[in-house]
Design a binder for this molecule. Structure first.
Ligand code: 4AD
Ligand code: MG
Length: 476
């Protein structure tokens, strides 16, 4: 008999039909009631087995064991579930060493502990929910762009350029590190390396996406990106996924509209298609909040917070206004900020969080940053001081999006690259787009894990990617 997924059985109204189900035992009580989970949804399916079942089999039905069961779906005799399966045949697929199985532990394992056993954590309710929601969000990303006629462009993972110019790259090489070939001046001779040049893992697909936008008008990338910044925070990963749309003919205002529409769309999609999981995560978060002191608890529950984002326009301010608000804040006056505030600084996460969590209490788009703290490709504003950048800051996360209108004027771009010591000869291909039919264009990058954090309410970014890569950690 073909396998039926538990989700599909729970969805059906009728009973009395035969099924085969397969999954893992979550619990077994009274030698009679199995709670079986196959990962298709949060809920377990109750399976009732005959009291006279074979002793050897009964001994092996423990938490974590995998079973294949033939039976009939019937209206449940007990409370707590609408339907259950009356088993006719139970087959043990894989026994589970109950003495050692870490998830056998009765008391709730902590998120930190589960991170150490990330290879098993998918089998908990919390991580089942998180990763099903992550899937739903990823699907919504593609649906949003596909429905709007964007071309999904796969930009390279191995590159020789540093798109952000921040020097936070992982080198890719096949040279023998114990004895690399040297140039006469003592430097390593990358001409002998695999690609005949020095290469690294990409920090962003933007530059190549721009090349695509100059032909397809509307493109997006959605792929892994890598940064070797040594930030051990709850919002940084060394390997993370980024969504980067790039749109010809868009200016910075179109770019902001696109980003807002996009964020609202994927949140609404998840709320519609992952309701059971989000309700569970909302309850989990509410329990976690109760552990905190009263004044640190968030005012809104998870679902309310998501609804709030759906129903309210994001605040739009310039960097200069942001700095003024910070200088005028009680936090600044009482010297509560660790980092100083003045025009020209890069906003620190404490500043960003003050703006969204305390001042505006909603997502904020900050534009027109000083050119000194932003990348070379951003369009220079007429004031000569700022660029057409936009960062989207959200409560609980800080920066979720970084984007800009791009500098499409060749001379201005070259001048800025020279100022920032970015080799214009090596980047001829990028500059070519400004030589052959340049158009105004804009795009942004949204950190997918930060989005998953926002939607699931998970406080640590390590808990929203299956196998996190962070400084000193690449287990699994
Ligand atoms: O602001 P960033 O550096 O922008 C870019 O890379 C542009 N090239 C994007 C573009 O315009 N196409 O990064 C974009 C977003 C950030 O806002 C943040 O959400 C996420 O990527 N991000 C990280 N997420 C997790 N871990 C890290 N180490 C991250 N660094 C950036
Ligand atoms: Mg940024």
């Amino acid at each position: 008999m073909a396998r039926t997924k538990i989700k599909d059985i729970l969805k059906r109204e009728d009973t009395g039909y035969p099924v085969n189900i397969k999954g893992w035992v979550r619990s077994f009580r009274n030698n009679q009631f199995i709670a079986l989970n196959d990962g298709s949804c949060m809920s377990n399916l109750q399976v009732v087995i005959d009291l006279g079942a074979d002793e050897n089999l009964l001994r092996n039905i423990t938490t974590g064991a995998s079973l294949s069961i033939d039976g009939t779906v019937i209206a449940s005799q007990g409370k707590g579930q609408r339907v259950e399966v009356k088993a006719e045949k139970v087959e043990l697929l894989g026994a589970c060493d109950a003495e050692k199985f870490p998830l056998q532990l009765k008391n709730r394992p902590s998120l930190e502990y589960l991170r150490e056993i990330a290879h098993l954590r998918f089998r908990t309710n919390t991580f089942g929910a998180v990763f099903r929601v992550r899937h739903t969000l990823a699907f919504a990303v593609h649906k949003f762009f596909n429905d709007r006629g964007f071309v999904y462009l796969h930009t390279p993972i191995i590159t020789s350029s540093d798109a952000e110019g921040a020097g936070e790259m992982f080198r890719v090489t096949t040279l023998n590190m114990d004895n690399p070939p040297h140039n006469e001046d003592g430097s390593i001779n990358f001409k002998e390396d695999f690609f005949g040049r020095s290469t690294n893992l990409t920090v962003s697909g933007q530059l190549e996406a721009e090349l695509g936008a100059m032909a397809f008008s509307d493109v997006y990338t959605f792929g892994p990106t890598f940064r070797s910044e040594n930030s051990n925070t709850a919002r940084h990963l060394a390997e993370f996924w980024m969504i980067e749309p790039e749109v010809a003919f868009n200016d910075i205002y179109d770019n902001m509209d696109l980003a807002e529409d996009f964020i609202r769309y994927v949140i609404a999609y998840a709320m519609e298609h992952s309701k059971e999981d989000l309700d569970f995560l909302a309850t989990r978060l509410a329990d976690e909040e109760k552990q905190k002191p009263q004044n640190e608890r968030s005012e809104m529950g998870l679902v309310e917070k998501l609804e709030f984002v759906l129903n309210n326009k994001f605040e739009r301010i310039t960097y200069t206004q942001a700095v003024d608000i910070l200088l005028d804040s009680p936090a600044y006056k009482k010297k509560k900020f660790q980092y100083d505030v003045k025009w020209g600084i890069d906003l620190q996460s404490e500043h960003e969080r003050y703006l969204v969590e305390k001042h505006f209490k909603k997502p904020v788009i900050v534009t027109a940053y000083p050119k000194e703290i932003k990348a070379f490709y951003m369009r220079q504003n007429d004031d000569g001081k700022t660029v057409a950048a936009m960062d989207i800051l959200v409560p609980g996360i800080g920066e979720m999006v970084g984007g800009s209108q791009r500098e499409e004027r060749l001379e201005k771009l070259e001048q800025r690259m020279n100022e920032m010591h970015i080799p214009t000869d090596e980047m001829y291909w990028y500059l070519d787009t400004r030589r052959y039919g340049a158009v105004p264009h804009a795009g942004f990058g949204l950190g997918f894990e930060r989005m998953v954090q926002f939607v699931t309410g998970m406080t640590n970014i390590r808990d929203v990617i299956p196998f996190p890569r962070t400084p000193k950690n690449a287990e699994f």
